[in-house]
Design a protein around this ligand. Structure first.
Ligand code: SAH
Ligand code: SF4
Length: 406
């Protein structure tokens, strides 16, 4: 009996030591250049080590310090003891016949988030691969047509969990199996993702620092080196943060508008009650004109097409009038239905008629193609089978049951 207890105690002691070590390790994934420089200073090293490590992680996909051969042996040992490079854990991956790929990640605390990669189906844009990244688990903003909103808000993702989605997507082209990544030739590593859109789960401007830090790594020549036109942040209109964004980073901006007047937008996108259209359009104009006026920019206006709700000719004319003076491209999104959604998708004819009115008014107007249907991977509706654990979700599920019981 006493032997068992001793064995149990020593096992517990070991696991506690391991746990403490794991906890104490600093995850370098997602740290910006400045944060990583500070980290190196804090461990008594030269700040330029940050550039070397960033290149290893993002340009060569190396997560094992032992393989970072331009660092001294003593620095590698120090890093192995104190730090780690740990992307979020993939618990499910699905690859579609049309090239679309989807990953479900389990992030710290056990929550699940999804990421989707959508290749261009147009031979003229050969090789374009767009990754749709999540910024939060769930979303607090509760837009009436959005399944993420129906989950409620669970928590913000860390920078490691945000940039880690891009890291994993690129890694998937080097090896299908994360465990065998250690054995590949990292000098032949090639990042295949060409475009990133912050259009997965969550409102990116409500998780500001980790999102902006991650986008800085996407743009940095030492990390992913993507052009600023190929990194897009989509917001439902968190107006004060749009002004901050204009100061902090130059990326493409998409605005989830979905309605041409306040009355309808209050219903579809409730944050409109706090920041109504006039304020939103002013913030969008500031983003385009005031920050770097010589650099010709536009915003993308996203508009989900809901049958009989926001898709009439009158709505199209009203939208054209609202957007006058704001350089914008309009992207019409066929509504992605989800179980018990209170809307239907507009017909193709209706979407085309709506689009024609906007084109005639002088706007560039596109209709979003839905891809990856066979793996339930439509961008902007990344919740599929993801388990949701919030109280609000339980209430919403209950209200559905109550409704169907009537
Ligand atoms: N919170 C941000 C980014 C994530 S949503 C935002 O709202 O912009 C990404 C895009 O998907 C948004 O334009 C959103 O309005 C759209 N979307 C959400 N639910 C959708 C659905 N069921 N069908 C089609 N598009 C949807
Ligand atoms: Fe949140 Fe965007 Fe969904 Fe609205 S559309 S609930 S802001 S994720």
């Amino acid at each position: 009996m006493s032997t068992i207890t001793t064995a149990q105690n020593s096992a517990r002691a070991n696991s506690i030591t391991l746990l403490d070590e794991a906890k104490a390790k600093t995850n370098l994934l997602g740290m910006t250049q400045a944060q990583l420089s500070d980290y190196f200073k804090s461990i008594g090293e030269k700040p330029f080590r940050a550039t070397q490590v960033i290149k290893w992680i993002y340009q060569h996909g190396v997560t094992d310090f032992e393989q970072m051969t331009n660092l001294s042996k003593s620095l590698r040992d120090k890093l192995m003891f104190n730090a780690c490079v740990t992307p979020p854990k993939v618990i499910h991956r699905q690859y579609s016949d049309d090239g679309t790929r989807k990953w479900v990640f389990e992030v710290t605390g056990g929550s699940l988030v999804e990421t989707v990669l959508i290749p261009a189906d147009d031979s003229k844009v050969d090789g374009r691969k767009t990754l749709c990244i999540s910024s939060q688990v769930g979303c607090a903003l509760d837009c009436s047509f959005c399944s993420t909103g129906k989950q409620g808000f669970e928590r913000d993702l860390s920078a490691a969990e945000i940039i880690g989605q891009l890291w994993v997507a690129n890694a998937s082209y080097m090896s299908d199996d994360n465990d065998s990544l250690a054995d590949i030739d990292h000098s032949a590593w090639e990042n295949k993702v060409t475009n990133v859109v912050m259009m997965g789960m969550g409102e990116p401007l409500l998780n500001y620092d980790p999102v902006v830090g991650s986008m800085a790594l996407m743009l940095s020549d030492h990390a992913y080196g993507l052009s600023k036109r190929r990194v897009t942040l989509s917001t439902s209109g968190v107006v004060p943060k749009m002004y901050e964004l204009a100061q902090d980073i130059d990326v493409a901006l998409a605005i989830s508008l979905h309605a041409p007047n306040d009355e309808l937008r209050n219903e579809l996108v409730p944050i409109n009650k706090k920041y109504p259209l006039a304020e939103l359009i002013a913030a969008a104009k500031h983003y385009v004109y005031d920050v770097n006026p010589r650099h010709k920019k536009h915003v993308t206006i996203e508009y989900v097409m809901l049958d009989g709700v926001n898709d009439s000719d009158a709505h199209a004319y009203e939208l054209a009038a609202l957007l006058e003076g704001l350089p914008s491209k309009i992207n019409l999104i066929p509504f992605n239905p989800f179980p018990h959604a209170p809307y239907d998708k507009s017909s193709n004819n209706r979407i085309h008629a709506f689009s024609n009115i906007l084109s005639q008014a002088g706007f560039v107007c596109t209709i979003r193609q839905t891809r990856g249907d066979d793996i339930d991977a439509a961008c902007g509706q990344l919740v599929g089978q993801v388990a949701d654990r919030t109280r609000r979700s339980a209430k919403w599920q209950q209200s559905i049951k109550d409704r169907s019981a009537i």
